[in-house]
Design a protein around this ligand. Structure first.
Ligand code: ADP
Ligand code: MG
Length: 476
């Protein structure tokens, strides 16, 4: 059999942040109590009419711009007609003929290489209600009904589970950077349909695709794709490729397999038509221009900036841009004159270490970039050692102390050369055996001497100066 390549297309759904729902005034917020965030429209009461949430449209347009899509001249919604208990109106308001974005293209990073991803379209629609199934009953919760949902459809242009997950992670970060969604898979805010086919390496037409619906985690997407590629390849190897039919399957977490749901010949005809209760609405170039200005510099651009212009490693730059608030903090540090590597070291070790341990975000953090500047300046001008700086950092962060409280004669760093020489002479005189061993080649004893100096000065000796004097005295 010829070498096979996999073709993957994704449909990614993401719930948008907003105060009210996309077509009703009900609150759009996760609620523990079922049917507490609802308005009559969400349950399709007769006589209710939709009003479009302008913020959701603006957020959808922002994403359309961020994905380099073309935007339509008019905002137009369509009705997608089907019946299901979680869809009380009997239709979903979505966009079919004139989506909010088409023909987009972005680049994502996969294993340190840039890979292009083509966007077929991105459109705004309403989420359905949710059903919970019990032993002999099912319940319905309308809280989710009408939550603004952005659906992004890629071209069949991805080639592996790694690429697909890298794309989803990239998009999750874009949603978060633009602050249009929390994009939290654990809260069900991101859900994917995954389309997979295989074909001969040199084939010119695509193979038969299988659609796997509603995969709710990135790990699920990864496993689904690898399972499906393997299943289809094995059938093809066995000469049974005709058994790969165009069908909808679902991912079963327990058995780690995909399971047949329905065949595409049973596909529903949705009888789309323009939603008559929402007048079309002009999307002006001025509006688009002002939305464009609200899109922040995205993470990959920032990452390459940090690598190319500030000399950071790809790994460190990646850690800094993972969250916009952290990256903003880092950029604020640069702006006030902290050296990039110094800022990066403090953020990736001390600051993130503390935040992760305390499960806090950087917005709930009292150690501002200005304080970091104050502290790192004190190290730079030798007032304190970096060890002392770390202790002071902890005192400020945990006990809400002021940096200046720690800068007094008691704990200022010992920078006095003569004082250090005196201490070091004494240590050398008291350690003849160690000196002899050191000079006979046991060079790791150097740390012993440094340790003695630190012990003697309660950790306050200037480490650079200490090493310099020790080298002079002991002979290199
Ligand atoms: P549907 O309405 O049935 O979901 P679409 O034409 O909208 O069908 O396609 C949905 C997704 O399927 C898109 O993401 C697209 O990239 C993907 N797709 C289409 N053909 C293939 C194929 N041969 N292999 C893999 N994915 C495909
Ligand atoms: Mg589909």
């Amino acid at each position: 059999m010829k070498k096979q390549i996999a073709i993957i297309g994704l449909e990614m759904h993401c719930e948008l942040k907003s105060n009210s729902k996309v077509f009703s005034p009900a609150c759009n917020n996760y609620a523990e109590v079922p049917n507490s965030n609802i308005a009559p429209l969400d349950m399709a009461f007769p006589g209710t009419l939709p009003t479009v949430n302008k913020k959701s449209v603006a957020d959808a347009l922002k994403m359309s711009i961020a994905l380099n899509c073309e935007q339509p001249d008019y905002l137009i919604f369509d009705r997608k007609n089907y019946y299901y208990p979680d869809l009380p109106k009997g239709y979903q308001i979505t966009q079919m003929a004139s989506p909010i974005g088409i023909k987009g293209k972005i680049e994502i990073e996969v294993n340190d290489k840039l890979v292009p991803v083509y966007i077929h379209d991105i459109h705004l629609e309403e989420d359905s209600a949710s059903l919970d199934h019990y032993f002999d009953t099912s319940t319905i919760d309308y809280n989710r009904s009408g939550v603004p949902l952005l659906e992004l459809v890629t071209e069949p242009c991805l080639h592996s589970a790694e690429e697909a997950v890298a794309f989803l992670e990239y998009m999750r970060d874009v949603y978060k950077y633009c602050d249009v969604s929390e994009a939290d898979t654990k809260k069900g805010q991101i859900r994917c349909d995954v389309n997979v086919s295989i074909m001969d390496e040199d084939a010119t037409t695509l193979g038969t695709r299988v659609e796997i619906k509603n995969v709710n985690s990135f790990k699920g997407v990864y496993d689904t794709i690898n399972y499906e590629i393997k299943r289809q390849t094995e059938l093809k190897e066995a000469g049974r490729y005709n058994e790969v039919e165009q069908e909808t399957r679902r991912w079963d977490e327990e058995s780690m397999t995909t399971i047949h749901m329905r065949s595409k010949v049973d596909a529903i005809d949705y009888k789309y038509f323009v939603e008559p209760n929402i007048p079309k609405f002009k999307i002006t170039p001025e509006w688009l221009e002002s939305l464009k200005k609200e899109i922040p510099r995205l993470h990959l651009e920032r990452k390459y900036d940090y690598i190319n212009n500030y000399g950071l490693s790809s790994y460190d730059a990646g850690v800094l841009v993972k969250e916009k608030a952290i990256s903003d903090y880092f950029e604020e540090c640069l702006k006030i004159g902290i050296d990039a590597k110094t800022a990066c070291n403090w953020i990736t070790t001390q600051i993130l270490g503390y935040l992760n341990k305390e499960n806090k975000t950087i917005n709930e953090f009292n150690f501002t970039p200005n304080k970091l500047k104050e502290l790192t300046d004190l190290i730079k001008n030798n007032t304190i050692s970096s060890k002392q700086a770390k202790d002071i950092f902890n005192e400020v962060v945990i006990n809400n102390k002021e940096i200046k409280d720690f800068i007094n004669n008691d704990n200022a760093q010992v920078n006095d050369r003569d004082a250090l020489i005196q201490i070091i002479d004494e240590i050398i005189n008291n350690s003849p055996n160690q000196v002899e061993a050191y000079q006979n080649g046991k060079t790791n004893l150097f740390d012993y001497f440094v340790g003695q100096v630190m012990k003697n000065t309660k950790g306050k000796a200037n480490p650079v100066l200490t090493k310099e004097i020790l080298n002079e005295k002991l002979g290199k």
